[in-house]
Design a protein around this ligand. Structure first.
Ligand SMILES: Cc1ncc(C[n+]2csc(CCOP(=O)(O)OP(=O)(O)O)c2C)c(N)n1
Ligand SMILES: [Mg+2]
Length: 358
């Protein structure tokens, strides 16, 4: 029997879990100062995240999906994209969104149940957070198709979870992106869990990256807790896509250190010992250790950064809490140009109820 074709899946890591450099660094990482923006972004994301969970626990926010332990992925994405690109993501990629000009107040409004939080004022071309699993993936293909038709030097970056790769939307989307050679980069945040379903309950495939092979597009794995590797590989994929070289699938291996959302209690389905072990892979701590070792960071700078960002987070929270709620009838605002009679009746009822509760 002859071998028709041979496939390989490559894995990239520069900074290992002991904060040691294990390969020759890509040019941008040779000067540790270039890593500071990535460290700052991871730190802000984590502070924001911690505050959002506290707000939910004290009844001041709705359900919230934390990004704890997974910040390196979105921070690297946000770092390599240019403003004209389009981000389409599921619900944990604040590190990218914040760098793209989405404000912390907007994110809090959204999780507080106010849809105005998804009308990003500073990042108009990005899509709202997608809570329906995988629905953003075909949307990214649509965006990529439009970019190609208009011959624009732009890229769509789509972020999805490991669980989303089991859905038909995913297969259809990567297939179409391959056929049409679209400027779309798909990044899988493989955090080992889809709520209570572990990866081995999700797929029998050895890697998620290999799913790209069936679509005829490049697929690769990267250490999702090594921000240097992520920055390197995602930049490579984005620039290729920008220059007409088509789509790519990147599987970033990380771990969800938090509950699925604030409505979840992960201790019901996974061992605490597993979580404790995974804390040893924390991407923020890894980069901090490295920066400290090479003399690019110290405790005084850390304290100053924590103070600066805590103030920023507090200001954003205050702005969120001070935002007057939308009128109940606003839910009818963007449904039709002219509301059908049945709905205008409901709208009147909402106005009356709103007044009764004012
Ligand atoms: C279409 C759809 N089905 C089910 C759900 C319920 N749901 C929310 S998150 C989730 C798991 C997603 O797991 P994964 O894709 O790995 O993303 P993660 O939450 O781990 O980031 C499910 C099943 C949903 N939001 N949308
Ligand atoms: Mg997951």
């Amino acid at each position: 029997m002859a071998t028709v074709v041979h496939f390989e899946v490559h894995y990239t890591q520069y900074l290992n879990e002991k904060a040691e450099i294990i390969d020759s660094l890509p040019p941008f990482a040779e000067d540790p100062k270039n890593l500071l923006p990535l460290y700052r972004a991871m730190t802000l994301t984590r502070l924001f995240d911690k505050k959002a969970v506290s707000l939910q626990r004290t009844g001041q926010l709705g359900t919230y999906a934390s990004s704890l332990g997974q910040e390196a992925i979105s921070v690297a994405i946000g770092h390599v994209m240019v403003p004209e690109d389009t981000l389409l993501t599921s619900y944990r990629e604040y590190g990218a969104q914040l760098q793209r000009g989405v404000t912390m107040t907007e994110l809090l409004l959204y999780w507080g149940g106010d849809e105005r939080g998804m009308a990003y004022q500073g990042s108009r071309q990005d899509f709202p957070i997608s809570v329906p699993v995988a629905s953003q993936i075909p949307h990214a293909v649509g965006v990529g198709y439009a970019i190609k038709l208009r011959r624009e030097p732009r890229v769509a970056v789509c972020v999805l979870g490991d669980g989303a790769t089991s859905k038909g939307d995913f297969y259809e989307a990567i297939n179409a992106a391959g056929v049409w050679n679209l400027p779309v980069v798909f990044v899988i945040n493989n955090n080992c869990w889809a709520i209570s379903v572990p990866l081995e309950g999700q797929t029998h495939a050895q890697t998620l990256a290999q799913k790209a092979i069936a679509a005829g597009i490049p697929g690769e794995q990267v250490d999702g807790n090594d921000v240097i590797a992520l920055r390197d590989r995602i930049d490579n994929a984005v620039e290729k896509a920008r220059h007409g070289e088509g789509p790519c699938l990147i599987e970033a291996l990380t771990y969800r250190l938090c509950d699925h959302t604030t409505a979840d209690d992960a201790s019901r389905y996974r061992e605490q010992a597993e979580v404790e072990t995974r804390w040893g892979f924390d991407p923020r701590q890894r980069l901090r250790t490295y920066l400290t070792q090479v003399g690019a960071w110290d405790e005084t700078q850390e304290q100053a950064l924590q103070t600066e960002f805590s103030q920023q987070v507090e200001e954003a929270v205050q702005k969120y809490l001070d935002t007057p709620p939308q009128a109940p009838e606003s839910m009818f605002d963007y449904l039709y140009e002219t509301l059908p009679t049945t709905l205008s009746g409901q709208r009147q009822a909402a106005i009356a109820r709103g007044k009764a509760h004012a």
